[in-house]
Design a binder for this molecule. Structure first.
Ligand SMILES: O=C(O)CCC(=O)C(=O)O
Ligand SMILES: [Fe+2]
Length: 290
């Protein structure tokens, strides 16, 4: 058997635009609904049923249908390429959050172990539903913008429902990319199995960056970076702190973090009501109006 391409460096076309990269920085996740074709989804479910029903079916990386159809799926890999640059690496470990159906209790709110808070995006945590996951099959729920909300997992575990959360319930073949530290949990699953499997399968794996960040995704030169909103959408943040962190991550991704000034107060990017093409105080040189 040919050895599996664990950690292999890959490249492909970047698919995300500036606005999409900014939205990823604001939200901490990106949904790509139904990007994997059904014949691949079926092969994956079959593999998870018949070959490896463990919580770490990592050897699936040795299957070309999985590498070509899922890991290097053009939309998913195009998003990974946009955010991690060329020569990103393929995963070393594949987890399966294989939840029995039905399942009564939601998981505790948490950020995954090992989270550090940083504007750097050195890796992505990516999830894939090979079968449809409906609301009553216990989809993962995320809190948009929470990748910048500093909290310890034991200090969030007791929380119940939180305002502004988003369900990832989605059709088969959906992939979603996350910043590792985003708050999330599996929700309760009142329904019995719907698909082929008696479980809700959810694969999870990481891609890593190998190159310094540069703004080499799809540029949109019509953007005025002085008036674009970096605030995360949910309303649970201390005013402007989410926007400051998202903008800092965006400048890091552009490779211009040295131009990011956090002088406090009405410094870029929070003063978005500036008029007539004026640059905000502290707007990064490379993004400012000439
Ligand atoms: O199963 C899920 O939906 C999420 C699982 C999870 O977040 C975890 O186990 O770390
Ligand atoms: Fe988790």
């Amino acid at each position: 058997m040919a050895s599996a391409p664990y950690g292999k460096k890959m490249d492909c076309a970047a698919t995300m635009t500036d606005r999409e990269v900014i939205d990823f920085c604001r939200n901490g996740y990106l949904m790509l609904p139904e990007v994997v074709p059904n014949e691949i989804n079926e092969q994956v479910v079959d593999y998870l049923e018949r070959h490896d029903s463990t919580y770490e079916p990592t050897p699936i990386v040795g299957e070309s249908f999985f590498v070509d159809g899922v890991l290097m799926n053009p939309q998913a890999a195009g998003a990974v390429r946009s955010l991690l640059g060329r020569d990103f690496t393929l995963p070393l470990i594949i987890s399966n959050h294989r939840g029995p159906l039905p399942f009564d209790k939601p998981q505790n709110w948490h950020r995954d172990g090992g989270t550090i808070y940083t504007p750097a995006l050195e890796y992505l945590q990516v999830f894939y539903y090979p079968e449809e996951c409906t609301e009553d099959m216990g989809p993962t729920v995320v809190l948009p913008g929470s990748h910048f909300m500093r909290n310890k997992a034991p200090m969030m575990a007791h929380l119940g429902s939180i305002r502004g959360t988003v369900s990832t319930a989605a059709p088969a073949g959906t992939i979603f990319l996350t910043v590792y530290g985003i708050w999330h949990r599996r929700s309760r699953a009142p329904s019995g199995p719907r698909g082929k499997s008696a479980y809700r399968n959810l694969l999870k794996y990481n891609y890593w960056r190998t190159k310094p960040p540069v703004r080499d995704w799809v540029r949109q030169d019509d953007i005025d970076f002085n008036t674009i909103d970096f605030n995360p959408p949910a309303g649970v943040f201390e005013q402007f702190q989410g926007a400051l962190a998202a903008a800092r991550m965006f400048t890091w991704l552009c490779g211009i973090e040295n131009e990011y000034e956090k002088r406090g107060g009405q410094n870029w990017p929070i003063a978005l009501t500036v008029r007539d093409g004026v640059n905000q105080e502290g707007a990064p040189r490379s993004l400012a109006n000439a």
